[in-house]
Ligand binder design. Structure first.
Ligand code: GLY
Length: 559
């Protein structure tokens, strides 16, 4: 008996030491974490009114379209991964599509060279938007409150106005020249917008009001559709009424795999997120990474080598599953991944030039935005949404109050040639009419011992996948609280360029010296921040801890 009590005591002590005290906001029933406090509060308020996670998703997505034009949108696209309280999982793909008029060489000149900027700036870069189709699809399948209730807070916010934050002030200033160049000097964003100003988005409020009154068709076959098509075509773009009428969001099976005691549920193609995350996690799984220590040289080395191999596969194999055959099972197969790691040794780096497949070079960006939601019923949604670049194509349509996306740049304009992000694509992601372009967005939900454990995701281009990875490992392997895991310094490797990007000044000299001595190149120059993770951790006692990334204005709200 004494022995049993002693064992129980030891177990209690060890359990206690394993659980970091929360350092982020804690609530007991429900939570929304997003890039803007207005959006998190609007989402949480819908939950407080009895709405479920899907109702809150719609309200949050629309609120971000108003409060965060940098990446929030009704003119872009995204992905949602969900887990219901009974454990059922699923995913929605509301990624943009290439217009019917798209051709493989549409961004090449007569001599076959990529025309600089054509897939990046202005109407020629714009793909058929999916966001409105996405939220109506969510409402049809899972919504419990009337759509008008879910869109009204965004309309009110647009009319009442958004207070410009310090960080927003900086980004508007940073991109203003480009916006003026593309949209002209009379457009809405040409006026002097600065910190603490209240900016009212009246035209956007009108667009949202019409969507409230006329439903999904307003955007894909109504007044808004006609205004959008006329505007895009007047600026030399390709979208037609037929493109809008044919757009459909698609329910997909998420990518699911195990990592030790965790089950990871993440986004399937046309996002590369789930498969690449799975490959990296399965390659590091056999190693006792927690023993190596958080952000220690051995840990960084192991993760780097797994990332190198996974990113080499990424662009060679992945694209829109409706157009290309993707060997998902093989890519996530244990013995395949073991063979990928067979040349790995802690003694020296593997040269990227000796790792086959793909010709990929990606430079990260911190555009795009992510939000995580858990409702009082135990349902969870993880959503990443984007207009691709910051303020999309920089083309603002005053009449509709929206920036147009530049998602066409996520295709490989010319296999073998870098796009504006330095991404050199392969055939699997070449342009075809009605095809969805490859994404890195990685909205993810994690179960531990069969129960909801974490909801996580981030913006950050190619660094999305590795930021999600590090956040999960920080809590699971390195026993951090949710907020600590989000705060922790991040690094990134993506096969090419063959360097380890690190958030500047956040890694110890000793670790950098150890890695350099082994032959790794450290790059602290072009990654001021890596990712802006918004996550929720379900703690053992059922409470929810937020990880809201202070690299941005990201905020949690809940009750
Ligand atoms: N446009 C960013 C992404 O889809 O990954």
């Amino acid at each position: 008996m004494r022995k049993l009590i002693f064992i129980l005591f030891l177990l209690t002590v060890s359990c206690k030491t394993k659980m970091a005290a929360p350092s982020g906001m804690v609530t007991h029933k429900a939570m929304v974490v997003s890039a803007r406090s207005e959006a998190s509060k609007i989402g949480a308020n819908i939950l407080a009114r009895g709405g479920n996670a899907f109702d809150a998703m719609i309200a949050t997505e629309l609120a971000l379209a108003v409060a965060y034009p940098y990446a929030g949108n009704i003119s872009g696209g995204g992905f949602m991964v969900y887990r219901l309280n009974d454990g059922k999982t699923g995913a929605l793909d509301y990624r943009e599509k290439a217009p019917l008029a798209a051709t493989r060489n549409m961004y090449l000149d007569a001599s076959g060279k990529v025309i600089p900027g054509k897939s990046w700036f202005g109407a020629t870069a714009t793909a058929v938007p999916g966001t409105i189709a996405g939220i109506f699809e969510v409402h049809k399948k899972f919504g419990s409150l009337p759509f008008s209730t879910l869109i009204q807070p965004a309309i009110d916010l647009a009319q009442k106005g958004v207070i410009i934050t310090h960080k927003q002030d900086s980004t508007i200033k940073y991109y203003k020249k480009q916006i003026l160049k593309v949209s002209g000097s009379n457009n809405f964003f040409a006026k002097d917008i600065k910190e603490k100003d209240t900016v009212r988005f009246t035209q956007l409020a009108n667009t949202l009001e019409r969507i409230k009154n006329n439903g999904r068709d307003e955007f894909y076959n109504g007044t808004t559709a006609r205004l959008l098509v006329n505007f895009v075509q007047s600026k030399g773009g390709y979208i037609t009424m037929e493109d809008l009428q044919k757009y459909e969001a698609k329910w997909r099976d998420p990518v699911e795999f195990r990592y030790k005691k965790l089950k990871i549920i993440s986004m399937s193609p046309p996002s590369s997120g789930g498969i690449t995350l799975g490959q990296i996690m399965k390659m590091i799984e056999p190693y006792n990474i927690s023993k190596y220590g958080h952000n220690q040289a051995k840990t960084i080395q192991l993760i780097t080598e797994a990332e190198r191999r996974a990113y080499a596969d990424r662009n060679y194999f992945l694209g829109d599953p409706d157009f290309v055959e993707i060997p998902t099972a093989k890519l996530l197969d244990k013995s395949y991944l073991k063979s990928r790691m067979s040349g790995f040794t802690f003694k020296q780096p593997t040269l990227s030039s000796s790792v086959s497949h793909g010709n990929i070079e990606i430079v990260e960006s911190d555009e795009t935005t992510h939000y995580s939601i858990v409702d009082p019923f135990g349902n969870a949604v993880s959503v990443t949404t984007t207009v691709n670049g910051a303020y999309g194509s920089k083309l603002y349509c005053d009449e509709l109050g929206i920036f147009l996306n530049n998602e066409m740049d996520d295709f490989s304009s010319k296999p073998g040639t870098p796009n504006m992000f330095g991404l050199i694509g392969a055939k699997a992601n070449r342009i075809e009419p009605e095809k969805r372009m490859l994404s890195s967005m990685t909205p993810t939900i994690v179960e531990k011992n069969g129960k909801l454990w974490m909801v996580v995701g981030t913006p950050g281009g190619s660094t999305i996948i590795t930021s999600v990875l590090q956040t999960i490992l920080n809590v699971y392997e390195f026993k951090m609280s949710m907020q600590e895991a989000v705060n922790a310094p991040r690094f990134h490797h993506q096969w090419l360029p063959d360097d380890i990007k690190m958030e500047p000044g956040r890694f110890s000299k000793k670790v950098k010296e150890e890695l350099t001595k082994l032959g790794y190149k450290i790059n602290e120059h072009n990654s001021r921040i890596i990712g802006k993770v918004d996550a929720i951790l379900v703690r053992r006692n059922g409470s929810l801890e937020a990880g809201a990334d202070k690299r941005g204005d990201d905020t949690a709200a809940g009750f």
